[in-house]
Design a protein around this ligand. Structure first.
Ligand SMILES: Cc1cc2nc3c(=O)[nH]c(=O)nc-3n(C[C@H](O)[C@H](O)[C@H](O)COP(=O)(O)OP(=O)(O)OC[C@H]3O[C@@H](n4cnc5c(N)ncnc54)[C@H](O)[C@@H]3O)c2cc1C
Length: 234
């Protein structure tokens, strides 16, 4: 089985730029938002204003944009990290209502996958867990209780929706090399899906060090200087 998340952008506004532009201009214009929206045609002009507004931190303007992703083949530990983000909506495959039939799908952490001996041990352990799970289910234990033996590695799927402000925030946190490999991969795929449709978003969907120009992590990957290094030099 492919050991990588599957991510698809399933919904986004057609007129993303026009909506953000209208929100931005409404704040500073005597004109109505209706007229601003109808008159919004010049892409370069819209992008210029939006860029200025986002870099000044006027983030309510990008909260009007809602996007949804269909995500599968990710581990429960990965989605447990994702659901910590409080400005998102989730609909996730239930382990209460959907019984695992036969060997459950699982994700092998990439560090274990690289080591053939440990990978085999991992796979054999997953089989043991699956056997135990089936034993409980066959003994009449409801799936909602039998699932107690299932591991963090268990594969899951979900639909996740969020606004653009939250996606940028999540990209800043989870594209950092300090985030775990799987969620980093998944968030990168979410960002790439949206950038395919809206390439102007590329400079915003970046790790926080790229946004800030320095690293604020204790253990830095070295990609960007630490804040202290910058201030010491000056
Ligand atoms: C590398 C990494 C390691 C982590 N390790 C751990 C760990 O060991 N243990 C652990 O428990 N968690 C851990 N987390 C999760 C982390 O603590 C956050 O819960 C998670 O990243 C959600 O981030 P957030 O709160 O910034 O964002 P969101 O929940 O996405 O919210 C976005 C922003 O909204 C604002 N906001 C949201 N809710 C509130 C609120 N109630 N009050 C005030 N402002 C709010 C904040 O400005 C916040 O940054 C880790 C996260 C990362 C990226």
């Amino acid at each position: 089985m492919n050991n990588k998340p599957v991510v698809k952008l399933i919904s986004k506004p057609e007129d993303m730029l026009k909506t953000i532009y209208t929100a931005c201009r409404t704040c500073y214009s005597a004109d109505t938002p209706q007229n601003i929206y109808e008159g919004a045609e010049d892409k370069e002009k819209m992008l210029k204003l939006i860029e200025r507004i986002i870099s000044s931190g006027h983030y309510s303007t990008i909260e009007h944009i809602q996007v949804s992703f269909a995500i599968s083949n990710v581990s429960r530990s990965c989605t447990h990290q994702l659901v910590r983000h409080r400005h998102m909506s989730f609909s996730q495959k239930s382990q209460r209502y959907v019984k695992e039939k036969g060997q459950f799908d699982y994700l092998i952490p990439h560090t274990i996958e690289k080591n053939e001996e440990l990978k085999q041990k991992f796979e054999s352990f997953m089989k043991d867990i699956s056997d135990k799970y089936q034993e409980f289910v066959e003994a009449g234990i409801p799936a909602e209780d039998a699932r107690a033996v299932l591991p963090n590695a268990c594969a899951t799927s979900l639909v996740a929706s969020l606004n653009l402000r939250e996606l940028i925030h999540i990209a800043n946190l989870r594209l950092c090399t300090r985030a775990q490999y799987e969620i980093r991969t998944m968030v990168k795929m979410m960002c790439d899906e949206l950038i395919k449709e809206e390439p102007w978003l590329k400079p915003y969907l970046v790790p926080k060090c790229e946004k800030n120009g320095f690293c604020d992590e204790d253990k830095s990957c070295g990609r960007m200087p630490k804040f202290e290094e910058l201030t010491n030099k000056n």
